[in-house]
Design a protein around this ligand. Structure first.
Ligand SMILES: Cc1cc2nc3c(=O)[nH]c(=O)nc-3n(C[C@H](O)[C@H](O)[C@H](O)COP(=O)(O)O)c2cc1C
Length: 409
């Protein structure tokens, strides 16, 4: 008699009742692993939910499943060759027009190549050009799974925003017991629904994010600035856009991304832009490091060196954009950042009270491993009631995701 665990039955029922996949474009990538046969069931689950399924395989995957089977189940052509171009667009670009890319089973070989930007087949080239979520579902022998290179490659992918559905332990096709068994098709399906739901959770929201250190001009060639790299603001903009928001990035430099980018090098230019957009957006995240002062008199000619050993620049206060937009008490949610080199929490509490914003993200710039110019960060999120939540050290990409989840949930 077939026995199904109750949670397994619930999961299947939930999945089949799910309508959110109707009309979604699901791209499945199959690599050369024995678990490839299970992907036939996965394709059936997506087809039943009304999704459009396309399949791309590595040449090695075709040793395990046939194109004919995959084609019949997906009711679409199956892609395997980079150079078989049917349309004006190469396949690896056409296939990126999908809502999610699920690579299952993901072999150790493909995981290694993905983590190193190698594109020597259609599946890898597609993944390299893919901007929406990618779900990696590894499956391999236990010794391969435990290999430090494989683990390092997975860690690298995780840090770059790939979703990983880690393998189960149990009896493996190679006849051994251990970790490495690919997750069942219904678990892969449920994970993809979870990613797509989360991915869309900012849909309909308009978010303005500021980034970078302002450049306060002294003369045509010199300016006063600070050590902010703008990496945190860009990570927030990319993640908000990927979660479905309409994003405007107001930055002190040109930034690439699928969002509107307005370049405002100085605090005053940033203030004008942010205020003009304040009522059009649901949220403003002030991640830019805005200079507190600017020079009183800008010199339109380059200032010449003189015989004097000293030089005095008179500075005047810049607008406090965060406080000014918070004081306007609009319906727009306002999030500020604070960079402190000492007494982080105490200073952050004082700052949120003084500025009146909805949330304050505090980070410690005295540490070399996080904050300014680093790829990693560790932050504390304070709300108006002075509740504090710590987000442990992680990549700025992952911290950005967590911040957006915290402030919008
Ligand atoms: C019968 C058989 C089963 C295999 N199963 C796996 C597997 O489950 N996971 C894995 O990482 N490699 C497995 N391999 C090795 C891969 O097929 C091999 O590393 C190949 O280069 C993967 O190519 P691809 O990543 O381009 O598909 C298997 C090989 C054979 C012959």
């Amino acid at each position: 008699m077939l026995y199904l665990k109750p949670e397994f039955v619930t999961s299947i029922l939930l999945s089949y009742n799910d309508t959110m996949l109707k009309g979604k474009n699901i791209l499945i990538g199959i690599t050369g692993g024995i678990a490839a046969y299970k992907i036939c069931t996965l394709i059936r689950l997506y087809k039943k939910s009304g999704a459009n399924v396309r399949v791309v395989v590595t040449p090695n995957a075709l040793n395990f499943v046939t194109k004919l089977t995959l084609q019949s189940l997906s009711q679409n052509e199956v892609f395997s060759d980079c150079f078989e171009i049917n349309d004006y667009k190469p396949e690896h670009i056409a296939l990126t027009e999908s809502d999610i890319f699920i690579i299952a089973p993901a072999s150790a070989n493909t995981i290694g190549k993905l983590a190193n930007g190698i594109c020597d087949n259609l599946l890898l080239s597609t993944a390299c050009a893919f901007k929406k979520p990618i779900l990696i579902v590894p499956a391999m022998n236990t010794n391969m799974w435990e290999n430090p290179f494989v683990q390092d490659n997975l860690e690298k992918l995780k840090n770059c925003g790939f979703h990983i559905l880690e393998p189960d332990s149990g009896f493996l096709a190679c006849g051994t017991n251990g970790t490495g068994r690919m997750r069942e098709p219904d678990e892969i399906y449920d994970k993809s629904v979870e990613i797509l739901t989360k991915n869309n959770f900012l849909s309909g929201k308009k978010i303005l994010i500021t980034a970078g250190g302002t450049k306060e001009k002294i003369d045509p060639v010199r300016y006063i600035t600070n050590a902010s790299s703008g990496k945190m603001g860009i990570a927030l903009a990319r993640n908000a856009q990927q979660m479905g928001a309409e994003v405007t990035l107001v930055s002190t430099f040109n930034a690439d991304g699928d969002f509107e980018n307005i370049v405002t090098p100085t605090a005053q230019e940033m203030e004008t832009t942010v205020k003009s957009k304040l009522n059009e957006v649901d949220c403003v995240i002030m991640a830019a490091a805005v200079s507190d002062f600017r020079v009183k008199e800008y010199s339109s000619q380059k200032i010449k060196k003189t015989s004097s050993d000293t030089m005095t620049l008179e500075l005047v206060k810049n607008p406090d954009i965060l406080k000014e937009i918070s004081d306007l008490k609009t319906n727009t949610k306002i999030i500020g950042f604070c960079a402190e080199s000492e007494n982080l929490i105490e200073n952050a509490k004082e700052k949120i009270k003084a500025k009146g914003c909805d949330f304050l993200i505090a980070n410690d710039i005295s540490r070399k491993d996080i904050g300014f110019n680093s790829d990693e960060n560790e932050v504390y999120i304070l709300d108006k009631a002075l509740n504090i939540k710590k987000l442990d050290k992680d990549t700025k990409n992952n911290i950005a995701k967590r911040i957006l989840e915290e402030i919008f949930e």
